[in-house]
Design a protein around this ligand. Structure first.
Ligand code: ATP
Length: 254
């Protein structure tokens, strides 16, 4: 669980986050959505401790990052898996080396133990016999699976995903979303996904937090988001032609 209390973040005179309060649940896929420029990435960076809020607290389980000493923050970083936008694999490393990278950084077990773990996570993301290939030699969807394998190789308690399915076709995007959700449930991870994608909201939005101009203006489940009358949320949800059509059909049937 991650609890956010009254988080404010500015750059110079520009207030970007204006007092965010929420909770991200353990064992669930928690989504942060909102229009471009609403503050999603700044919020994500505050959660990760990369930006320091001027005001407010962010609790990981029962301890706020603001109260952690350097060693406690290092220990926390070990428990966080990160899936970057675009996958961000190292082009010069093969798949096995990419996935092994966090293990080599954070643990000092034998190489054969590392390899066993790498093979286990690659199997979990349904990628076998690709160990010696390089990122450029596999498809975009496979690269995302490798990035997921790398994000979970250290058995994180918290998983952050920034636009995890950008650049993928809709079917592959759904497969990646579902994989993130399955892994979240299996390992009881607190997962936070920043996304623009309404299909992701529909598929995996167990908790959805909607930001507008640095304020959290709505939160709820993916079931609730399609029923709310909140104008900002409906403008966002029904900005896609597909969802507009779904609403028209629903209204006709009602
Ligand atoms: N390091 C920074 N210094 C100054 N201003 C910043 C910095 N990072 C972000 N901002 C500003 O904060 C605001 C929110 O940006 P942010 O990247 O969080 O939006 P976003 O909701 O993630 O948008 P997008 O969906 O386009 O990625 C923007 O006005 C941006 O210019």
């Amino acid at each position: 669980m991650i609890k956010v209390e009254n988080v404010h973040k500015s750059f110079g005179d520009e207030k970007i986050l204006k007092g965010i309060n929420t909770e991200f649940d353990k064992g669930k896929t928690n989504l942060i959505i909102g229009q471009s420029g609403s503050g999603k990435t700044v919020f994500l960076k505050c959660l990760l401790g990369l930006f320091k809020p001027e005001q407010g607290r962010i609790y990981y389980e029962d301890k706020a990052i603001q109260d952690m000493d350097d060693e406690e923050q290092r220990q926390l970083r070990e428990k966080i898996g990160m899936l970057f936008q675009g996958g961000a694999l190292f082009d010069s490393m093969n798949i096995e080396e990419n996935v092994m990278f966090p293990l080599r950084m954070f643990t000092n077990r034998k190489k054969s133990d590392h390899l066993d773990r790498v093979n286990a996570v690659l199997k979990r993301v349904k990628l076998e016999n690709v160990n010696k290939k390089f990122p450029a030699e596999i498809s975009g969807g496979m690269q995302k699976r490798v990035a997921i394998a790398r994000a979970i190789v250290n058995e994180p308690r918290f998983l952050f995903c920034d636009e995890p399915n950008s650049g993928l076709d809709p079917k592959t995007a759904t497969i990646i979303d579902n994989l993130i959700q399955e892994i979240t449930h299996e390992n009881n991870i607190t997962t936070i996904v920043v996304t623009h994608d309404m299909n992701s909201v529909m598929e995996i939005g167990e908790k959805v937090v909607f930001l507008k101009e640095g304020l959290l203006v709505w939160q709820g489940t993916n079931q609730e988001i399609f029923k709310t009358d909140h104008e900002d949320v409906t403008n966002f949800v029904y900005s896609s032609d597909l969802f507009k059509k779904i609403r028209e059909v629903q209204n006709k049937e009602a």
